[in-house]
Ligand binder design. Sequence first.
Ligand code: UT7
Length: 328
Amino acid sequence: MMLHPVGIIGTGKYVPERILTNKDLERMVETNDEWIVTRTGMRERRIAAPEQATSDLAYHAAVKALAAAELTAEELDLIIVATITPDMFFPSTACLLQDKLGARKAAAFDLSAACSGFIYGLATASNMIATGMYKHVLVVGAECLSRITDYTDRNTCILFGDGAGAVVLGTVPEGRGFRSFELGADGGGGELLRVCGGGSRMPSSAESVEGKQHFIYMAGNEVYKFAVRIMGNAAEEALRKAGVDKKDIDLLVPHQANIRIIQSALNRLDLPEEKCMINLHKYGNVSAASIPIALAEAVEQNRVHEGDRIVLVGFGGGLTWGASVLVW
Ligand code: UT7
């Protein structure tokens, strides 16, 4: 079978207008700006308007990615939305987005791999294009984490925000595009980061609401240790598979969970901070949307050029992780 080189041919992002600052959080829980900045690097996050749901954020990001790729929605063969905050159980957010976009020829499904979801989505889509099954696939990471955040829990509420990032994948000239993917999971660590309520194990009930089971629970310290180990491991494994040396990385686009986690990955890869896309001070952690928002912003800021070697790396609930090396 002939494999076609596959790459990103358009990027787009959307973040809601409303800003939640550290000062705002000081009025909601017992915390302070200094603690949040030194422990996480975060200063602000965006919060969706009451009438906005995940598919609305995804729509705005997707429209921009399609325009950048110079494609119409009708030219899409498939839409994948990576999210842990779908508009509803079903139909999938991808189907809702397909309808909003008028992408009537596209198949559509959601993918659940928490903060690693966007990289899982890229791996899935790029293989479908490489084998000739599809030509153009839209991959979106979109979240309304504010809807599953407990704003009385200072351990979690300072971290999360809302937003969406999108890319269009298609074939690219030889020598460019995705060089490797490294995906992994450790379901044994699932209880460290989860939302229990509302599923088939614990259907929604007055008790589940009372017990705050519909909000994110996170064992922050344990997740932190896992993150520090896995970011370096996953990135190094993706580099090894791609045959790219870490000194040749032009840009690292990591999941935006904590500045200290990103710094540990930079140390491990011997990379200076200038070679890393960091925007968590503006948006916090947007789970599956963090990496595509950061990538779209890197493109907007002219930080990626043809031929650059880019490493994407993320980790999250599941536990899951993913990394990819691509040539722009
Ligand atoms: O994408 C999803 C993956 N999630 C993550 O990557 C999160 C990974 N974890 C982290 O980023 C960090 O563990 C946190 C930022 C969540 C917490 O930072 P930490 O340095 O691990 O702090 P800690 O949990 O060890 O807490 C230290 C202290 C505690 O007080 P005591 O018990 O030492 O008296 C906490 O109660 O800080 C306290 N604390 C706070 N203080 C002020 C926890 N949250 C806050 C807060 N403001 N918001």
